[in-house]
Design a protein around this ligand. Structure first.
Ligand code: EPZ
Length: 432
């Protein structure tokens, strides 16, 4: 059997300009939200990714007509009222849970199973279900299926025990289809939430406070599809900036939103990079030595994002001194460090803390992507490393990055995507 791998020859400083892709973590909830609208929604700047294809499969199964042409996705509700998502589609990605709110908001009943997605430790859906119960939904679990029904969905006061991104988005989408007012407190403030609310408001919803801790949704409005451009992907942007930093390069990102990335840009500056912003452009230059960052703690927005933790750790592996990272959002998000250690990094993990003792240089190795951002972090490290790195299990990276190899190639990176025989590699004892 043949599989694909990325082969990266490190040591070439990345140079040049690229345009940032649309945000996966905004495109997916926006596609789910289109279920709430009559007529057609046309989403622009949708990244071409396996998770987007999975969301489009779900929409088609639910009775929508979802078609894509390049980065434009059109979604039209056909009036069919299928409200069950098959287990295989649920398990294709974590974001399948984003359909719970809009299906309930529209049809008041829904059958799902547990969602899949990156394994970052336990990823329960208890808060999603608790929030739906507050809105009058009854939930029964039978044989792995989660059946949700409501006579009617009612606005409610909902306080989240922690500011979950997905739960905040699901509550907003369900509340749009509910009768009366929903007041959501301790809501997540990630920019993707404001993007979702902007789209829904443009369709006719009445949502205020999205992007702040308290969101108020006045439900029951008639929604009509609209044309909307997905926000830029701040984590993809951070990935390319980190790769430029690791390789000692100098790049410019266009079509970015620097305001959404302040905590990331601040850490890159602390690591010795020169960072400049002008409108929607971000410049990064790393000509001097990388500096260690004494303490980085992942936090809900506007704190340093958990999704950028693996990426910055790949940079700090070669900073002169000790960097400490604390991961507070997910229980198990250091799997990539085993691969970085295979490349020569000196890292120690104790519980949720990782200590990186910088080494002068990493070297190429054969590694396997462990999850989406972990796999991207291996590529970041590879561009700064001496020699050739082979990265396998690319399905993880394909979930979140559009034209990953081509983008790095356009920055002068020595990278190619090629096929290999899995049995040959087994003989060589490859793995992270
Ligand atoms: C979103 O996941 C993102 N995914 C993740 O991006 C991101 O890492 C995460 O937010 C945090 O920023 C999408 O937007 C599609 P959460 P989500 O609910 O919504 C716990 C990437 O690399 N929790 O904010 O699933 C949960 O276990 C990815 O692009 C419960 O306990 O994250 C975690 O510890 C991966 N019960 C914490 O909350 C629940 O019912 C925050 O998770 C729900 C969540």
């Amino acid at each position: 059997m043949t599989e694909e791998m990325l082969q990266i020859t490190g040591g070439i400083p990345l140079q040049g300009e690229i345009t940032v892709q649309g945000a996966k973590n905004s495109a997916l909830p926006l596609m789910a939200a289109a279920l709430l609208c009559e007529g057609e929604t046309v989403l622009k700047r949708v990244p071409q990714l396996s998770d987007v294809y999975a969301a489009s499969r779900i929409l088609n199964r639910l009775g929508c007509r979802c078609t894509a042409e390049g980065s434009t996705v059109s979604i039209r509700h056909s009036g069919a009222e299928n409200c069950e998502i098959p287990d295989a589609d649920m398990r294709a990605m974590r974001s399948s849970i984003m359909f719970l709110g809009p299906i309930l908001g529209r049809m008041h009943r829904c059958t799902i199973t547990m969602p899949g997605g990156c394994e970052l430790g336990p990823r329960p859906i208890d808060m999603h279900l608790a929030a739906m119960r507050r809105m009058g939904v009854q939930i029964f679990e039978d044989g792995g299926k989660i059946r949700c029904t409501a006579e009617k969905l009612s606005g409610a006061r909902i306080h989240l025990p922690l500011p979950s991104v997905g739960v905040t988005e699901n509550v907003i989408m369900a509340a749009v289809g509910a009768e009366g007012e929903t007041v959501l407190t301790n809501a997540a403030r990630e920019p993707e939430i404001a993007d979702l609310a902007n789209y829904l408001n443009q369709c006719g919803a009445d949502i205020s406070g999205a992007g702040e801790s308290t969101v108020v949704i006045r439900g029951g409005k008639k929604l009509t599809g609209t044309e909307y451009a997905v926000m830029p992907d701040r984590i993809a942007a951070m990935t390319y900036l980190c790769a430029a930093a690791a390789s000692g390069g100098s790049i410019c990102l266009s079509g970015a939103n620097p305001r959404d990335m302040e905590s990331c840009l601040h850490v890159l500056e602390a690591a010795g990079c020169t960072v400049g912003c002008c409108g929607s452009r971000i410049f990064l230059d790393r000509s001097g030595a990388l500096k260690p960052v004494p303490y980085i703690c992942t936090m809900p927005y506007p704190g340093f994002p958990t999704d950028a933790q693996a990426l910055i750790s790949a940079v700090l592996c070669t900073a002169k001194g000790t960097s400490v990272i604390e991961e507070t959002i997910f229980e198990s998000r250091y799997k990539h460090l085993a691969a970085l250690m295979r490349m020569g990094a000196n890292a120690r993990v104790s519980g949720r803390t990782a200590v990186l003792q910088g080494v002068p240089r990493l070297h190429g190795a054969s590694v396997e992507a462990t999850d989406l951002r972990g796999g991207a972090a291996m590529a970041v490290a590879a561009f700064g490393a001496e020699g050739v790195t082979d990265i396998t299990a690319l399905h993880h990276i394909d979930r979140g990055y559009e034209h990953f190899a081509e983008t790095f190639h356009s920055l002068g990176g020595a990278v190619r995507r090629c096929r290999f025989s899995a049995s040959e590699r087994e003989k060589q004892g490859v793995g992270a």
